[in-house]
Design a binder for this molecule. Structure first.
Ligand code: NAP
Length: 258
């Protein structure tokens, strides 16, 4: 089994963000990299986001962990997606089966590509708690070393079975949807409520949420998505390794619920 950690990193999600807009992709990705973000999550499901990401990374590809996905009902289609990814990224650092689509069919060829060195690690993702049993079955094969699931103060179902299983198996965990409820994002808690978090480098509500997730030692990366370079900069600043303790995490949980 490969080592678990991806390095406790802030990443960048690319669903519903820059899509085919290459200029915007360059701005967002460059700002994220400059701010210290290292992991970039994408998928063939996200329009042209993968190609835009590849172009935006360009000569800085070596600074990035590219975590993308295969989202295909057939092996043939999956192969085609992978060949595109190799063109855009050179190789894939984390290749995830998106929403577990045909994961048993894809696994043999993905393992061959990993053996050949064109993929470093294999992973599985799903957004729905109803699929967590199947995620656990996939992890128990021992073939996957990365798991991606939703994790934020109001979405914690993965804590029941998957996070303990990932820890037991040495599987790294990427938290999707780390900013949670979008209405709370639009109406964040007053800045005074975040005062106890300031010594941990938290200035804003999105930073409190990102730090909350990454301060759980079972979480290796969070991947907030944004199309706004200023938000990419703000989010990247939450990855400075001053982790919250239990008391501060409980404060974030209370604020998320109010
Ligand atoms: N099944 C799967 O594999 C799966 C499913 C869901 C998600 N994912 C991955 O996880 C990533 C993240 O999930 P998500 O996109 O659902 O949700 P998210 O990252 O929790 O939230 C994204 C939203 O937050 C806003 N935002 C980001 N930073 C902000 C900031 N600093 N201040 C205010 N608003 C901010 C963005 O708007 P702005 O653009 O205005 O900043 C966007 O509307 C996805 O992009 C994708 O890569 C994977």
């Amino acid at each position: 089994m490969e080592e678990r950690s991806l390095g406790s990193v802030i990443g960048l999600g690319t669903w519903n963000t820059f899509g085919a807009n290459r200029e915007l992709a360059r701005e967002v990705v460059t700002t994220a990299l400059d701010g210290g973000s290292r992991l970039f999550d994408s998928s063939p499901m996200y329009g042209a986001a993968e190609e835009s990401l590849g172009l935006a990374l360009h000569e800085r590809r070596g600074e990035a962990i590219v975590a993308t996905k295969i989202w295909a009902g057939s092996v043939e289609k999956g192969h085609g997606q992978f060949e595109d990814q190799v063109r855009w990224f050179g190789r894939v650092d984390v290749e995830q089966v998106h929403n577990l689509v045909s994961w048993r069919e894809h696994l043999p060829w993905l393992e061959e590509e990993r053996e050949a060195g064109r993929i470093e690690r294999l992973g599985v993702t799903h957004w729905a708690a109803a699929a967590f049993g199947e995620l656990a079955r996939a992890l128990r094969t021992g073939s996957f070393s990365v798991l991606q699931v939703p994790f934020n103060p109001l979405e914690r179902e993965c804590e029941r079975e998957l996070l303990p299983l990932a820890a037991e198996l040495g599987v790294a965990v990427i938290a999707m949807r780390p900013l949670g409820d979008k209405s709370r994002l639009r109406h964040p808690p007053p800045v005074e409520a975040l005062a106890p978090l300031r010594e941990f480098g938290v200035e804003t509500w999105p930073q409190a949420l990102l730090k909350w997730a990454l301060s759980d030692e079972r979480i290796d990366a969070v991947i907030p998505a944004t199309r706004n370079p200023a938000h990419a900069c703000e989010n990247a600043a939450a990855g400075d390794h001053q982790w919250l303790g239990p008391e501060e995490r409980r404060l974030v949980e209370r604020l998320a619920q109010t």
